[in-house]
Design a binder for this molecule. Structure first.
Ligand code: TMP
Ligand code: MG
Length: 218
């Protein structure tokens, strides 16, 4: 009998500042899991394909203005509209890999000056990631990447402030949900080097998880 058949899929989240290489690594991990015969699905946040996602996209491209609280709630609503599909996939044994999640939501909004507790609340009770990989890269490296500066938050001062908030988010995750739920990853080096580093950290949770899906901040 196959012990993995009774397990649900793992929920793995990638987080980090802009242009740290997250999206590249998320794709590489999904490919690698599929090559090894596991079912995996990539979930991008913000998901710009939905009606809410299109409003977020316009805001990020500075084609629309929005109150800071309102855009914060839209980012969260964008996660809630995807939550049922994430749970369904996890329960059917699919590994779900998210490119950003609620932790970006908190860090970026708090960096703009919204109260940390306000930023945390709307995502309460969303599916809890089994592992969050927080990719770190020196700011001078990220800033030199070709597309840095294209979207609203891609300024040095905003990235710096967000970095500080991510440290507070990491404290919240580990104190409320345990040290094993948040791992910092050095994202410097070649794409392959970083991919191998990540593969080593994902390890056996890619074989599936026993136990229920947790709830964020609960
Ligand atoms: P992206 O480049 O990964 O598509 O993300 C777009 C920007 O939106 C990025 O600067 C991070 C920011 N962001 C938030 O401010 N709140 C959120 O909840 C998410 C998911 C992203
Ligand atoms: Mg971007």
């Amino acid at each position: 009998s196959d012990p993995s058949s009774s397990r649900r899929g793992a929920f793995i989240v990638f987080e980090g500042l802009d242009r740290c290489g997250k999206s590249t690594q998320v794709s590489k991990l999904v490919e690698r899991l599929e090559r090894e015969g596991r079912k995996a699905r990539l979930q991008k946040f913000p998901d710009r394909t939905t009606a809410i996602g299109k409003m977020i996209d316009a805001y990020l491209q500075s084609k629309a203005e929005m109150d800071d609280h309102a855009i914060h709630l839209l980012f969260s609503a964008n996660r809630w509209e995807c939550a049922a599909a994430i749970k369904k996939d996890l329960e059917s044994g699919i590994t779900v890999i998210a490119d950003r999640y609620a932790f970006s939501g908190i860090a970026f909004s708090a960096a703009k000056g919204l109260p940390f507790d306000f930023c945390l609340q709307p995502d309460t009770s969303l599916p809890l990631p089994d592992l969050t990989l927080y990719l770190t890269l020196p700011q001078e490296v990220a800033s030199q990447r070709s597309q840095f500066g294209e979207e609203r938050y891609e300024t040095i001062s905003m990235q710096q402030a967000t970095r500080e908030q991510f440290a507070l988010v990491a404290q919240q995750v580990t104190s409320r949900h345990g040290e094993s739920k948040w791992t910092q990853v050095d994202a410097s080096g070649t794409i392959e080097q970083v991919a191998d580093r990540i593969w080593g950290l994902v390890g056996e949770i890619a074989d599936g998880i026993e136990g229920d899906i947790g709830r964020l901040w609960v």
